[in-house]
Design a protein around this ligand. Sequence first.
Ligand SMILES: [Zn+2]
Length: 359
Amino acid sequence: MTGSQRGDARPAGAGCVSGFRGGAHRPVRSGARLVFRVLAVPLAPMMALLLRLSSRRQGIAVVYHGLAARSGKPELELVAPHGTDVFERQVRHLARTYHVVPAADLQRAATERRRGARFPAAITFDDDLASHVELALPILRRIGVSATFCLTGATLKGPHSFWWQRLQHAVNADPSRLPDLFEALGAPERRTAATDPRAIHELARLVEALDVPAREAFARMLPDVPASAEVGVPPGGVQALASAGMAIGLHTRRHDPLPSLGDDALAAAFAEGRDELERAAGQRLVVVAYPHGRADRRVARVAREAGFTAGYTGVPVPVRAGDDPLILGRITPSHRSGRHLALQMVVVLLRRKGSAQRS
Ligand SMILES: [Zn+2]
């Protein structure tokens, strides 16, 4: 779910994967980013080559959500899709410059990397979106790389829309609803700020912070997204992905932020719907992508106990040899171009510190 990426070189974090961030525009900071981008983008390929001379035992996981004919606007959309042209150029860059492996094998490939070798990279997708099968799969097959699709399984029995999808759909249809929705969430003081459509990110942060019953009540306030707009991934779609050599991972059926759940609800989150997905995929699910990109040590422990061998958050840090395999970072590629992703990758590989944990 949810993205708020401004398409610059440094990953800003995307909603479903790392919480709702968008909103207020910071002119000075974006000015500096522009200069950084103009200067650094042309240098990225050379920097990537120089980095290969190091013995860093690292890799990078990237996360996409929906694809569409054109890239969406991260500042106005919670989960802005990537344009198929941008996606294809980015995957070609990864296939040309990195060693693309399944998400389940990324940390092992990073650990085994030797000086001069390509850095391993893993392509992942979150959420249950029809574009996984209709748009992403043909491009991945054409380029000859695999990806890991982390699904909730919520659309195995028919179309289903989560609160952020309903929110986006409602605001797209009528942006003037935003102030009322802030009021409905007990934030009438934000009505004025809510006239700016970018405030949808702030509203989403408020919803994400609610407890489960309150969030479900908020979802019921909004009209369902019509099936014509999003059918999700029915069993046939899961089979199509799996039989094309893609891996399937878990994204948890209810997509609740896991650190906020009690122990019983947390254990249930890793079990609910897993069998159904495994049956549809014909494979065991060993990778989990944490909803909203959030996981702490307790979440990682329960995921390990549930038999998962790799767990991905939404923190934009590299995957390193010594990391907890159940708390690994991921970056959201720029919505702009393959060249911007090239720079993002180099910037992240240069990052030595920083935990992938996010509570
Ligand atoms: Zn998600």
